[in-house]
Design a protein. Sequence first.
Length: 147
Amino acid sequence: MTTAIHLCTPDDADQLLALIARCHAETGLNRDDAHRRAATLPLLNGATQGAAYLFGPRRAPTGYVIVSFGWSIAAGGMDAMLDELFVRPGVRRRGIAAEVLIAIAGALRDGGIKALHVASSSDPGMQALYIRAGFTPDSTVLMTRRF
């Protein structure tokens, strides 16, 4: 593995939030800074429901991954869902995302997580990325009810 990955702490808040804002702007997710901060800071302060990771050089991270944790009878215990993955546009298509996903999956497995899920994507590039990182397609379709 050549890409450094670290679990985020409160010291990483500014860098992480800046990358999240870039991701949301790129993907058209209309959330303001206050929303992003309120949703992210608990993860940096040890909330057990998820984790945030930065990867790349500490001074100028290449991107981030956020996972949330749950429980699955089908998986056999605690599982995780990939909530967000972002790689800065200037360094995409170099295999960084697949490398990071493989490393994160290994760390989660070693920590007792039984499965890591990603939402189905109709984007062929994202599908190829997930397959390269060891994910297998199944019949699961993610649907959401917001409150």
